[in-house]
Write a protein that binds this ligand. Structure first.
Ligand code: SF4
Ligand code: SF4
Length: 410
């Protein structure tokens, strides 16, 4: 695609990157076929090709409007279009540029801005979030069934192993996951302990920065990333082999630190190193010798449906790997039609786009229940919580299915 960027963008890092991505698009429209919002709304501007064109127009000088923002807001950032695109268009990077541009040119209404700020503050304050969640969980039994399903039941972490192994890796605790599902990282610690690796956390690390980045708070996201890098650096210097990220949404973000902080002379090199160390648990386990994995056995249930989060299959390009490992360990994976499609969780999307998000959840739950599984497993806290509110089945992180502390599956 030919481009003719605004003079203020020419030769800037943002302009160079946008131009490179825009020029790689051949406007074929193959991506529309796998875009969940295009499928739901049938509007060119609610598909990747249309959004790319809207961003191109803005960067070439056309004024951004509230309508432009609506079409970009409706994008899930699932990056399914990247997987489909034959030309390798990096849509995720382009939509970040487009969103920052529209935010600057066509600011939201004051009430909308306030609402978004409150949500951001609530999600990024672990203590406040935990307090709000535990209060809601206490009154859950008194609420109507429709509301009950929106409040996840409490989960217990169980006993944690001590850091006894010479092989050590850093684990990211994150922002909302410790309150919503402390069993995930607890299971990760026990699974890794069983194969001879101790997971250690850096207390001053927190949210990965994805929430701020997705809400167009670019500078706040960078500050968060720098704080995490500072928190992890002593452990990296002491020989930690990797940074294990049990939420695939956070994993894709940390793998992008090097790109986001490339222009920061004080942090660029460290950010690149941190990104290179970030791993989804499946990447570690698949690289271990099979005899080390002998301790890992199916727990809870054998017949499961696996939901691969977009951040795992499209963002981190780890499609099919978790399913392969679970099948190898003895689980029976039930068929899931359209497994490439987003469940509608997509970070804060379920909060700001409840209708589209709800429709996608309904479709996804139906697909996951097709093969009559005993439970649903996934790899991201956002998808877990979102799906849980739409099905009577238990929804868990797959690591809890091989947690040595859980009873063996019959
Ligand atoms: S993003 Fe890729 S698939 Fe979509 S229109 Fe452009 S080249 Fe075609
Ligand atoms: S990221 Fe997802 S929702 Fe957005 S344009 Fe691509 S496929 Fe569609």
């Amino acid at each position: 695609m030919q481009t003719n960027l605004r003079p203020d963008l020419i030769n800037t890092p943002k302009g160079i990157e946008a131009e490179r991505i825009l020029r790689s698009c051949v406007h074929c429209g193959f991506c529309n076929a796998t875009c969940p919002t295009y499928q739901l709304l049938g509007n060119e501007d609610d598909g990747p090709r249309g959004r790319i064109y809207l961003i191109k127009q803005m960067l070439e000088g056309a004024p951004a409007t509230a309508t432009t923002r609506t079409h970009l807001d409706r994008c899930l950032t699932c990056r399914n279009c990247e997987t489909t695109c034959p030309a390798g268009v990096e849509y995720g990077k382009l939509v970040d540029i487009g969103r920052a541009e529209v935010e600057a040119q066509a600011p939201r209404a004051p009430l909308d801005r306030l609402y978004r700020r409150v949500v951001r503050f609530g999600l990024l304050s672990p203590r406040l979030f935990k307090l709000a969640l535990s209060s809601a969980q206490r009154v859950r039994p008194l609420l109507p069934t429709a509301l009950q399903s929106r409040i996840p039941a409490p989960r217990m972490p169980g006993e944690l192993p001590t850091a006894r192994h010479s092989r050590q890796m850093i684990v990211l605790e994150g922002c909302v996951q410790p309150a919503l599902s402390p069993d995930i990282n607890a299971a990760a610690r026990r699974v890794f302990d069983a194969i001879g690796i101790s997971l250690v956390a850096a207390p001053s690390a927190g949210c990965c920065g994805a929430i701020e980045q997705h809400m167009n708070a670019e500078e706040a996201a960078k500050t968060t990333m720098r704080r995490n890098i500072d928190a992890w650096w002593p452990l990296v210097a002491a020989g930690a082999e990797a940074i294990v990220v049990t939420a695939s949404g956070c994993g894709v973000q940390i793998k992008d630190y090097g790109h986001v902080l490339a222009g920061d002379p004080a942090y660029a090199r460290k950010a690149e190193k941190i990104s290179a160390l970030a791993r989804d648990p499946i990447e570690i386990l698949l690289n271990e010798q099979p005899d080390r994995l002998a301790a890992l056995k199916p727990r809870h249930a054998r017949r499961i449906a696996f939901h691969p989060p977009c951040t795992l299959q499209h963002g981190q390009k780890l499609k099919g790997k978790t399913e392969k490992m679970l099948a190898g360990l003895g689980f029976a994976l039930t068929p899931v039609p359209d497994a490439h499609l987003c469940c509608g969780s997509a970070g804060t999307y379920s909060i700001f786009q409840p209708e589209l998000s709800g429709q996608l959840k309904q479709q996804k739950v139906q697909a996951l229940e097709t093969g009559k599984p005993e439970l649903i497993a996934t790899a991201n806290i956002g998808c877990q919580t979102h799906l849980e509110s739409g099905t009577p089945l238990r929804v868990v992180h797959w690591l809890t299915l091989i947690d040595p502390a859980a009873p063996l599956a019959p």
